[in-house]
Design a protein around this ligand. Structure first.
Ligand code: SAH
Length: 333
C-alpha cells in the first residue's frame, strides 16, 4: 500500500488493483487517505501552482508548488492555520493565530503534490516550510512531519528547508535532532530596535541570542544557515544597513536570500528595485557574506504568503454579505 501511495500516487483504495477486492472495499470504507479539500487554486504564468486547502474544521491553509528550469520541483507548505508571531509585513501575521496543524496535515500538503507529479513522470524534489505559520511554534508536529518527508516521501534532508522567525530555544533543540535540514532565519533587520519594529518576537529573543543559536546549529548540523531579508524600499535596503548586516554575519557560514517585499494590505511598504538590491548584494560581498536576490515567483497569482487565502476569505465574506442582503430583501414586504 505504501508503494501505491508514495510511488504510484494512488489516492483511493480502488486504484490499488493488486489488492484483493474485499480488502479494497474495506480500506475504502475505513481508511482515511487525507483530509485536505481544495478550496481554491491558481496557476501562474511561470508554472507556480498556489492552493488554498480547507481543513475539516473549515480553517484555510496555503500550499505552493514551484517548478524550476533545472528540474527541481519545490513544495512550500504551511505549519499552522494563521500565525501568532505578528510580523508587520506578513499577510499571515496580520490574520492572527487560529490553530496548530497536525503532523498529518503538514505532510499531506507535500504528499498531494508528490502524488500528482509521480503520475506525470516527475518527482517532488524539495520542500520548504515557508508557508503559513511558524514551524517552531508547532515544534513536535513540524519535526515529525520533516521525519516523514524524509522517511516516507524520500525527500533528502538537505532538500528540506525550515524557516523560522527566530525562536532561539527551538533552534537549539533542533540542532540536537540530528537532521541535516537547511535552517532559514527570517532576519530582515540588523539591529534589535529595527528588527523588533518588524518582528515583535525580537523583544523575546534578541539578535545576540538568535545568532548564538544559529552558530550552534551550523556547528552541530554542519550546515550553512540561510538568512531571509525582505527588501523594503527606504526601510532596510541602504548601504549602511547592508554594512551592519555584513558585520553581523561575518564569520558565520551563511547565505542571505534577499526577497523584494511582497506588498500586503496591512503594511505600508514597497519592494526595493533591482539596482538597489544589487548594490546590497555587493556590499555584503565586501564582508565575505554571500547573497542572492530571489526571483519573485507567482507574483501574478497572489503568491505572497497568505495572499490567496486573504482573497478567498474576501470572496467568502462577499458571498455571505450577498446572501444576508438577499435574505433581508426577501423578508421585506
Ligand atoms: N514563520 C516562518 C515561515 C513563514 S514566512 C518565518 O518567519 O520564517 C516565510 C518567509 O517569508 C519569512 O522569511 C517571512 O519573513 C517572509 N515574508 C513574509 N511576508 C512577506 C512579504 N510580504 N514579503 C516578503 N517576504 C515575506
Amino acid at each position: 500500500m505504501r508503494r501505491w501511495i508514495y510511488e504510484r500516487g494512488a489516492t483511493t483504495a480502488e486504484e490499488m488493483t493488486d489488492l484483493p477486492q474485499r480488502l479494497r472495499t474495506r480500506l475504502g470504507a475505513e481508511a482515511v487517505f487525507g483530509t485536505l479539500s481544495l478550496a481554491a487554486e491558481q496557476v501562474s504564468n511561470d508554472g507556480t501552482i498556489k492552493r488554498v486547502y480547507a481543513l475539516p474544521d473549515g480553517q484555510l491553509i496555503e500550499s505552493v508548488l514551484m517548478p524550476y528550469e533545472d528540474g527541481r520541483r519545490t513544495a512550500c507548505i504551511s505549519s499552522q492555520a494563521g500565525c501568532a508571531m505578528a510580523c508587520a509585513f506578513c499577510a499571515t501575521g496580520q490574520m492572527g493565530f487560529a490553530r496548530q496543524l497536525t503532523e498529518a496535515e503538514i505532510v499531506e500538503q507535500a504528499l498531494r503534490f508528490a502524488q500528482e507529479l509521480v503520475k506525470r513522470g516527475e518527482r517532488l524534489s524539495n520542500v520548504v516550510m515557508m508557508g503559513m505559520g511558524e514551524p517552531f511554534h508547532n515544534y513536535e508536529n513540524a519535526v515529525g512531519a520533516m521525519r516523514r518527508l524524509i522517511g516516507e516521501l524520500g525527500i533528502g534532508a538537505r532538500h528540506i528547508t525550515v524557516s523560522t522567525v527566530g525562536l532561539a530555544p527551538q533552534i537549539r533543540r533542533f540542532a540536537g535532532e540530528g537532521l541535516q535540514v537547511t535552517l532559514a532565519i527570517s532576519l530582515h533587520a540588523a539591529t534589535d530596535e529595527a528588527r523588533a519594529a518588524l518582528l515583535p518576537i525580537n523583544r523575546r529573543w534578541p539578535l545576540a541570542e538568535l545568532l548564538d543559536a544559529c552558530r550552534e546549529y551550523a556547528e552541530r548540523a554542519g550546515r550553512r544557515i540561510s538568512f531571509e531579508w525582505a527588501l523594503i524600499s527606504g526601510k532596510n535596503d541602504s548601504v549602511g544597513e547592508a554594512e551592519r548586516l555584513g558585520r553581523l554575519l561575518q564569520g558565520l557560514p551563511a547565505h542571505v536570500n534577499l526577497i523584494p517585499l511582497n506588498p500586503t494590505a496591512g503594511y505600508d511598504g514597497a519592494p526595493t528595485q533591482a539596482p538597489q538590491a544589487q548594490r546590497f548584494v555587493e556590499v555584503l560581498g565586501r564582508f565575505g557574506v554571500s547573497a542572492t536576490v530571489r526571483v519573485r515567483r507567482g507574483i501574478d497569482i497572489d503568491a505572497g504568503c497568505g495572499q490567496l487565502k486573504a482573497a478567498v476569505l474576501k470572496r467568502e465574506r462577499a458571498a455571505a454579505a450577498a446572501a444576508i442582503a438577499a435574505a433581508e430583501s426577501a423578508e421585506t414586504p
